[in-house]
Design a protein around this ligand. Sequence first.
Ligand SMILES: Nc1nc2c(c(=O)[nH]1)N[C@H]1C(S)=C(S)[C@@H](COP(=O)(O)OP(=O)(O)OC[C@H]3O[C@@H](n4cnc5c(=O)[nH]c(N)nc54)[C@H](O)[C@@H]3O)O[C@H]1N2
Ligand SMILES: Nc1nc2c(c(=O)[nH]1)N[C@H]1C(S)=C(S)[C@@H](COP(=O)(O)OP(=O)(O)OC[C@H]3O[C@@H](n4cnc5c(=O)[nH]c(N)nc54)[C@H](O)[C@@H]3O)O[C@H]1N2
Ligand code: SF4
Ligand SMILES: [Mo]
Length: 738
Amino acid sequence: MTTVHRTCPLCEAVCGLTLTLDGTHVTKVTGDRDDPFSKGYICPKGASLGRLDEDPDRLSAPLVREGDQWREVSWPEAFAAVEKGLKAISGPERAIYLGNPSAHSMAGALYGGPLVRALGTRNVFSASTADQMPKHVASGLMFGHPMTIAVPDLDRTDFLLMLGANPLESNGSLCTAPDFPGRLKALQKRGGTFIVVDPRRTRTAELADEHVFIRPGTDAFLLAGIAHTLFAEDLVSIGLPVEGLAEVEAVVKDFPPHVVEAACGVPAEVSVRLARALAAAPSAAVYGRIGTCTAEFGTVTQWLVDVLNVLTGNLDRPGGAMFATPATEGPRRRKPYRTGRWASRVRGLKETNGELPVATLADEIETPGEGRIRALVTVAGNPASSAPNAAKLAKALERLDFMVSVDIYLNETTRHANVILPPPRLLATGHYDFALLNFAVRNYARYSPPIIDTPDIETPSAEASGAAVSATEGPGTERPASPTTGNRPSESEILARLAMIASGYGADADPAALDEMIIGQLVGDHDPAELDGDDEAEKRLDAMLRLGPYGKWNGGDLTLRKLRDEHPHGLDLGPLQSRLPEILTTASGKVELAPPEIIEDVERLRARLDEAHPEFVLIGRRHLRSNNSWLHNIGPLVGGTNRCTLQINPADVDRLGLGEHALIQSAAGELTVVLEPTDKIMPGVVSLPHGWGHDGVRQRVASGNAGVNVNVLTDEKIIDPLSGNAVFNGVPVILCRV
Ligand SMILES: Nc1nc2c(c(=O)[nH]1)N[C@H]1C(S)=C(S)[C@@H](COP(=O)(O)OP(=O)(O)OC[C@H]3O[C@@H](n4cnc5c(=O)[nH]c(N)nc54)[C@H](O)[C@@H]3O)O[C@H]1N2
Ligand SMILES: Nc1nc2c(c(=O)[nH]1)N[C@H]1C(S)=C(S)[C@@H](COP(=O)(O)OP(=O)(O)OC[C@H]3O[C@@H](n4cnc5c(=O)[nH]c(N)nc54)[C@H](O)[C@@H]3O)O[C@H]1N2
Ligand code: SF4
Ligand SMILES: [Mo]
């Protein structure tokens, strides 16, 4: 038995884990008590890391599809098939989709960008436009860079107003905070207050000092009402250089609490009280997450979140909303942030952060004409499950001339690929959180080197290799052992090889040339020979750490060697520091409180003030023991319960005379759902979780408890116009008896 440590890659909380190994088999997982950030915290997902890593349904060799049959092939054969498929298709006709786990992996962080550039296309899509793009756009416009995102200073704040987030299930998002529940309890213990705004009384709301129900999709009204009150009652107190204060005051004039009350369902006296409490608290932070991003006014809402942080003097001060100083942060040039530098071909939707909205991916594949997408690369994504109007997208995927997926499973999306390239097991992969540590509530760094050198899952099956297997094996079928595949590449190497192929260098080209070029550009005058690392990804991490704010090449002493060898449990870099105005990269060098495109969109909000409400609107939810679409094959996590139920208020069930099931219809589609009556949800609101509806997947446990896909109902035609983000919350639906 050996004991090893590593960061959990399964959510944004970056917990340190301690794993007990018997050979290469994980026998136990606990929280790493010596991790200075997570201090031993672990959730059920982290505890099942070994099961996930050793799931017999994970792909162990590349697959090539022939009709509806899959053939396991060697890695050289798989890359040759990709070369053949991509070669025939020009850059503008290619597309890429990067899924959520690519924001957690070193491969995604280091090789996603080069792969995008190598493909030579503007058809770049990711889970970001189904998630947090409004936050990037609002932050980019206000602070100058889309990654300059303020997080609540959770460990020091006296007052937290949280909207559309449920960290007791999600463990937090765009707010990297291991043991979020414990941190909230500590806030209360030190005399602080936290308030949750949510159409459901969630576990987080139950822990909170107060829970405020809100009609889905209307947070912007509430926040504008609070801003209105701050001005009206002379409670504005700003400690920073800002531009545009007068414009903000002018636009929120039209949103007094008694007027927004009808639109958002929050009583005027509550909005007024929240405004006064925010202003009076010694320190306070407003934090909005997925419920407020995946909504029609996503960007305006994210803007208002930080407007309130500014107006109350809480932006960039301890206990307020602050900016992390991640160890791999690079220099940022002063350059105004812009969106809409190009537009999508079919619907003319704006580019944001170099991406197009995933809500229009299907249109770009289906609609004939010059520049139609004919080839698609997916990396760690399941858009056939996760995108709005997923049924339309799944159908569109069938029309591609070529598709290659980098994924560990054969699932709703990868089943449409011509070639699937599976990364090796987690324990054979190094881990560093390049993206998530930008949003940490404490400055921190941790590197997890690979802990075993056996990239394959050892399966006992001794059946003939290379045999064809059907696309959807039933439960209990033994999967044939993989053929001899030669050296199994890391995910970094898979992406680097795809980049080499996409650039025209061919399947046999050595991807080290790519890293050499990138490292050369990165290190400038420093000597690349000083860099440590067993592979190119580690060397690139070392270069970024050395050049970063604590780095050896930047007046500090941090290197990869130091982080890895002296701080195997992670390195605490202290509480968040005030960083403004230095890190502002806006044209004015100040916080830009009134970006013109946002002020213009407030007009659209104003026009909604007196609109009638649909009888029912649909929202989503998350469960602690699930992760988007891909942990449903881990038996102990799923348990025996059906979690894919439609939560509905009992009064609505009675009023409509519904039974155990109901038919739910939207502009996009319809589903028959199992009802879960509960008074934890507002009347007029129903909630169905995403990531279910497993169909045609080679995952025995998940297939046996398939559920339905909520994204059959979500409408790809409705987006947040400023960010292109999908709208998953506040979708109008109709309910009928079945
Ligand atoms: N209705 C509704 N829809 C939603 C949401 C919602 O709240 N409601 N939430 C949205 C949000 S926030 C997000 S982030 C998206 C997620 O959307 P996606 O990123 O498209 O989907 P995931 O379900 O996260 O799928 C992750 C994929 O990565 C694979 N995978 C896991 N680990 C690895 C790895 O190490 N390497 C590789 N290469 N692959 C791996 C899994 O098998 C799976 O196929 O869904 C969005 N969709
Ligand atoms: N266990 C688990 N953890 C996860 C994930 C998972 O699938 N499972 N997914 C990960 C991902 S990809 C992400 S992005 C994060 C998301 O992390 P969170 O943002 O914390 O996500 P949720 O738990 O879905 O909480 C969103 C809340 O918003 C509420 N809501 C819906 N509509 C509205 C609205 O219009 N206004 C307001 N105020 N509230 C609304 C919902 O009822 C829900 O309680 O979680 C991550 N962590
Ligand atoms: S909270 Fe997130 S990072 Fe921590 S153990 Fe659970 S899944 Fe892993
Ligand atoms: Mo997400």
